[in-house]
Design a protein around this ligand. Structure first.
Ligand code: GLA
Length: 731
């Protein structure tokens, strides 16, 4: 006989964010509903709906007894454990002292609260009692005396639900948590595509879309970090969903360590999504009385395409994840020394570069790798990491004095003096360093196994409190002793050897402690994350660092793909994007300086990464105007909404529109990749404008929002790599 599961929780736009009726729960966003209930017989949590707003549970016809071999296969389980006859991949796997690997979590009670409690040692979303409400469902496995608390926080304005799980051992024996997904959600029978961001060094965040098929498909990282390979983000979309139409669910894990995303279409047609830490690097021992918190996973839903899903993430992350005081601040235009000089510099070349930067109107000068190491000077990548003392040969008068002198230089066309920033890579160590001579035991290793190197470096074990203290003291002493206003925190290799699987997570917890201590102690410093470019571009890092170096690939054409891909989940305000010299060092491609600058302006932290004195005069002469334009539009990039109009994967004319928060200003970026002989230009139809408003374009012609969106606008392009940046103002 067919059973239905109908629960009478009403939904309205004014509905409470969390409504409970007995043991039925509804989370209500502006434009989403998430509903689940307790199955009274099994005590299991069963999902009724996750999608657009509904006023009651959808009518579900359920296969009697599941059919076939499984009595669970038909169930949309909120926290699937092992055993009970659910043969799909589980969200939780615990090894008990007696060797059992089963669980039998049953509903016990629940708590509803305004606001949202913070996790204890992991980054997490935050919000006032007006912004977010939380439901915690307490589950209990009486056979093993293990508790599981599922936390659901809803941010109604962003249609976002944040979930995490805490496992507590209330028994008398030590258990081991082998797997703990932050999020598990079972989708009803339907066809879906999965959209992910894959890549490598210099080609991060490349969009990849494929059909969800029967069986298990997924991706993750085992590098110890979130990685260039796959980003901890997944979107499930309907096959017909586009940027601006159709259903899109997004899942973003707030975690910087190795992760695991699984999508399983069961033989019965349901699709399960699991997002969490990588189980191969967990085996987390829990002694009696101890708890393990999972990272948070943020889910958003959009019924109007992938672009809207992205904008919900962007707004939520700016408002309720990034703690830095700079989150809504336009960032100073910077010049970074790396691509201009690499390791080849001394005091006078750095001062010359800083002077040249100031003369162009740059506001922040960043000295990258190579400034440190005394006994083992870092004059290449073979030595010095770990020795955070200034290289006395390169800086015979000390770096402090140089930094002070640089900080006195006046930036052209402004009253500002130059700020000074530094590169560090504090998690790493070269064998050739004083630190390694003194503390070889601080390096991540596994017994007698080889300590294998990448880029001639090893990783410090940040799980150790003494290593945490060393890193905190080293970085704090730089900041206390020099006028440094910006830090680029790099990380240039993955983790190979680890003493235990659990040490991977312990390392990340150690790093979070370090970030928390340093960023709270130095809130006026602008912190930028980096890991050979975007190897650690994740929501966990963003809690502490408001911006990340998006990629070591500064080729402007590749950057359109990388930046558009990154924007699927991360706000453009968080992207570091620089103009470098041509031919590009990574790709060998030559593009015009305007094109390079226009692409970089789509990132929140615009900069140069070149030696201005080595540029062709013509290019150099254009830089002050390009900087002025970047500064003019920066508030819109930092605080506004991004609309991806044409994707580079699909169009020779990639384009994006950024609209200010109040809708009064917008900036359009339009690019032509290749020139095409005797061929019409496309009509670019804008999105997100007010149809009834009139906009002035670049202070010249005026057009209505309706015309711009429904009719469009055509630009004439010239040669390859041509570009337009157009400012729109509502009048
Ligand atoms: C990494 C970074 C670069 C640069 C170098 C310095 O590759 O991504 O931007 O800082 O390290 O070694």
């Amino acid at each position: 006989m067919a059973r239905t599961t109908n629960h009478p929780i009403p939904h309205s736009s004014r509905a409470n964010p969390i409504e409970v009726d007995g043991t039925s729960f509804a989370l209500n966003g502006k434009n989403i509903s998430y509903r689940f209930h307790v199955d009274s017989a099994a005590g299991d949590l069963i999902l009724n709906h996750f999608g657009g707003p509904v006023t009651e549970d959808p009518v579900a016809q359920i296969i009697p007894n599941g059919g076939g071999w499984s009595n669970q296969a038909h169930l949309r389980r909120e926290f699937p454990d092992l055993g009970r006859g659910d043969f799909r991949t589980p969200a939780v796997h615990i090894k008990h002292a007696k060797g059992f690997a089963l669980c039998d979590f049953k509903y016990q009670s629940h708590t509803v609260m305004k606001g949202k409690p913070a996790l204890h040692n992991l980054p997490c979303t935050f919000g006032s009692s007006d912004e977010v409400a939380t439901l915690i469902v307490h589950l209990w496995d009486s056979c093993s005396a293990v508790a599981a608390d599922l936390s659901y926080s809803i941010f109604p304005n962003y249609d976002a639900i944040v979930r995490s799980v805490t496992i507590t051992n209330k028994g008398r024996d030590t258990i081991s948590v082998e797997k703990l997904a932050s999020l598990s959600v079972d989708f009803p029978h339907d066809d879906y595509d999965m959209l992910q961001l894959q890549g490598e060094w210099t080609r991060e965040c490349t969009r990849a879309r494929r059909k969800v098929d029967y069986g298990l498909q997924g991706f993750g990282s085992s590098t110890g970090y979130s990685s260039h390979y796959h980003n901890p983000f997944l979107s499930l979309v309907s096959p017909s969903t586009t940027e601006s139409q159709g259903d899109a669910w997004g899942f973003s894990l707030i975690y910087t360590g190795s992760f695991n995303i699984e999508v399983e279409k069961s033989p019965q047609g349901l699709t399960r999504v699991l997002v969490g830490m990588n189980p191969c690097q967990l085996s987390w021992p829990l002694n009696p009385g101890e708890s393990l918190e999972s990272p948070e996973c943020v889910s958003v839903f959009s019924d109007s395409g992938i672009g809207n899903m992205s904008r919900k993430f962007h707004r939520l992350y700016r408002q309720n994840l990034i703690k830095s005081k700079f989150v809504y601040e336009p960032r100073p235009v910077l010049l970074n020394s790396w691509e201009g000089l690499y390791f080849d510099f001394d005091e006078s070349t750095i001062y010359r570069l800083a002077q040249a930067s100031a003369n162009l109107g740059v506001k922040l000068f960043v000295l990258d790798d190579g400034w440190f190491g005394d006994k083992h000077p870092r004059i290449n990548d073979k030595a010095g990491l770990g020795d955070w003392v200034v290289n006395p040969k390169r800086f015979p008068n000390g770096l402090k004095l140089l930094a002070e002198n640089i900080s006195r230089l006046e930036a052209a066309n402004s009253k500002e003096t130059l700020r000074f920033g530094l590169w560090v890579e504090p998690e790493m160590i070269n064998r050739s360093s004083t630190l390694y001579e003194e503390h070889p035991e601080w390096v991540l290793h596994a017994g007698d196994y080889l300590r294998s190197e990448t880029r001639q470096q090893l990783v410090l074990n940040a799980a150790l409190p003494e290593v945490q203290e060393f890193i905190i003291t080293s970085v704090a002493s730089i900041l206390e002793n020099m006028p440094v206003t910006y830090i680029k925190w790099d990380n240039n290799r993955g983790i190979h050897e680890s003493p235990t699987p659990a040490n991977h997570h312990a390392y990340i917890l150690g790093m979070y402690r370090i970030f928390e201590v340093l960023t709270s102690r130095f809130p006026d410093v602008l912190w930028e994350g980096c890991a050979s470019g975007g190897g650690r571009y994740d929501a966990g890092i963003l809690q502490y660092f408001p911006q990340v170096w998006t990629s070591d690939n500064t080729d402007a054409l590749d950057r359109i793909y990388i930046q558009f891909g990154t924007s699927l989940v991360y706000p453009p305000s968080t992207m570091g994007a620089h103009v470098s010299a041509v031919p590009n060092d990574v790709t060998g491609r030559t593009t015009p300086i305007r094109f390079r600058a226009h692409v970089a302006m789509m990132g929140g932290s615009f900069g140069l990464e070149l030696d201005p004195d080595a540029l062709p005069e013509d290019d150099k002469a254009q830089i002050p105007d390009l900087i002025a334009l970047a500064e003019k539009i920066s508030p819109i990039i930092i605080r506004g909404d991004m609309w991806r109009l044409n994707l580079p994967e699909a169009s020779n004319y990639p384009s994006a529109l950024f609209i200010s928060e109040d809708g009064n200003q917008a900036v359009l970026f339009a690019f032509q990749i290749r020139t095409t002989g005797v061929h019409n230009y496309p009509l670019l139809r804008l999105e997100g404008l007010d149809p009834s408003a009139t906009y002035k374009l670049d202070g010249e012609r005026t057009l209505s929002g309706a015309t711009l969106m429904n009719g469009g606008i055509q630009y004439r392009f010239g040669s390859d790599y041509d570009s337009k940046v157009v400012l729109l103002e509502k009048i």
